[in-house]
Design a protein around this ligand. Structure first.
Ligand SMILES: NC(=O)CC[C@H](N)C(=O)O
Length: 194
């Protein structure tokens, strides 16, 4: 199984390491043509405005939309969550607009720019160590979206079919259980296609 990590900006190497620890091959993705060989794609954290701009420049927008519309799983973390959302609070234009969620950027404010906590996530057997860095929050979800975890009543992990997002950085610890969960999504997706 090959899982790509969009490598325009942000925490790429850490995601590759987590994917490989979870048992799949990690591919650093720099050109849209590489998507053809992938079973799933991760969009990492970083800065969503920059990632969005680079996605436009390197023609990833239509390519990732096509990838997802063929049912291939996509996992966005932190800034990756923002670029996958259909709505961004404050009137900013959506980037990929893949997932039926509304997000608020930098929602934890300056006092709590970054912090770590143990999170219960639906579908994982143990709490996950979650690292939040200038994290966004999911402020609204559409009908087909399942909430997988909350932090202080705010939504921080969600899934819509083959799309998965987290507000936090699951790649910055050696707990790769959310990556393993994503690989399971890819496996069950493969079964559906065959
Ligand atoms: N760690 C992150 O990915 C931060 C996201 C960043 N605050 C943004 O709005 O794009």
């Amino acid at each position: 199984m090959k899982v790509g990590v969009l490598a325009l900006q942000g925490a790429v190497a850490e995601h590759i390491r987590s994917i490989e620890s979870a048992g799949a091959e990690g591919v650093t993705v720099k050109h849209a043509g590489q998507l053809d060989e992938l079973d799933g794609l991760i969009i990492p954290g970083g800065e969503s405005t920059t990632i969005g701009k680079l996605m436009r420049k390197y023609e990833f927008i239509d390519a990732i939309r096509a990838f997802a519309s063929h049912g291939k799983p996509v996992f966005g973390t932190c800034a990756g969550l923002i670029v996958m959302a259909k709505g961004i609070e404050g009137g900013e234009e959506a980037h990929l607009g893949l997932m039926d969620i509304k997000v608020s950027r930098n929602a934890f404010g300056r006092q709590r720019e970054s912090f770590e906590t143990d999170l219960e996530v639906k579908g994982l057997s143990e709490p996950l160590r979650a690292v939040f860095i200038r994290a966004p929050l999911i402020t609204g979800v559409g009908e087909g979206v399942e909430v997988l975890s909350t932090y202080k009543d705010e939504i921080v992990t969600a899934r819509q079919g083959h799309l998965l997002v987290s507000s936090f950085h699951p790649e910055l610890t050696d707990d790769y259980s959310l990556h393993a969960y994503f690989l399971e999504m890819i496996k069950s997706n493969d079964a559906a296609v065959k």
